[in-house]
Design a binder for this molecule. Structure first.
Ligand SMILES: [Zn+2]
Length: 190
């Protein structure tokens, strides 16, 4: 199912924005994000372009603010459920930024980032949940997962994604994962 951190059923689109993880790191956290470019516009190729340093900043005024920003995530799930992968899960993608989970900083070191095409405040599609709910157990088979959280939970003063309309409760019920996996997002589940 996996080859050197690349998931067989994801469409691979390699990003140069990654680095090695610290040695002997247990990859035990999944971070859920949302993104769309321009914000709230779905269906284009701009997110893929952004994560591969190919975004044409002249295309839209908003893109000017992204000039020279180098980021990536491991996975990206589009509105129709299509799954893309930019970085091997064995490597460190650049999705979380300054962040803290359960007292540990630099979440990129020990996490896998999953971006959902979306916007804080928007709901996500059934196809996206289905894709996510299929992917997460595959990750858990390959890596010693212990936790799942939103970007908003690990960088609460900077970030609001995936946002209030992401259903953590539905995710937990669908996965059947125990409460301790969701300890960082308790308030979002209630
Ligand atoms: Zn995010």
């Amino acid at each position: 199912m996996w080859q050197q951190g690349w998931y067989r059923f994801a469409h691979a689109l390699a990003s140069p924005n990654f680095g090695p993880r610290p040695v002997n790191t247990d990859i035990d956290l999944v971070v859920i994000h949302s993104i769309s470019l321009p914000p709230g516009v779905y269906g284009g190729n701009q997110v893929q372009a952004f994560f591969t340093n190919c975004l044409q900043t002249s295309e839209h005024p908003y893109f000017e603010s992204l000039r020279d920003i180098k980021v990536s995530s491991h996975f990206y799930i589009r509105r129709g459920g299509e799954l893309l992968q930019f970085v091997s899960c064995d490597d460190r993608a650049w999705h979380a930024g300054a962040s803290t989970h359960a007292g540990r900083t630099q979440c990129n070191d020990f996490s896998i980032g999953i971006e959902l095409e979306g916007l804080e405040g928007d709901a996500f599609t059934q196809e996206q949940y289905e894709s996510l709910i299929a992917l997460l157990p595959m990750i858990a088979q390959q890596y010693p997962l212990q936790h799942i959280a939103g970007h908003e939970h690990i960088a609460p003063d900077r970030k609001k994604d995936p946002g209030k309309r992401f259903s953590w409760r539905f995710l937990q019920q669908s996965l059947g994962w125990p409460d301790h996996f969701f300890s960082a997002c308790e308030e979002s589940i209630r």
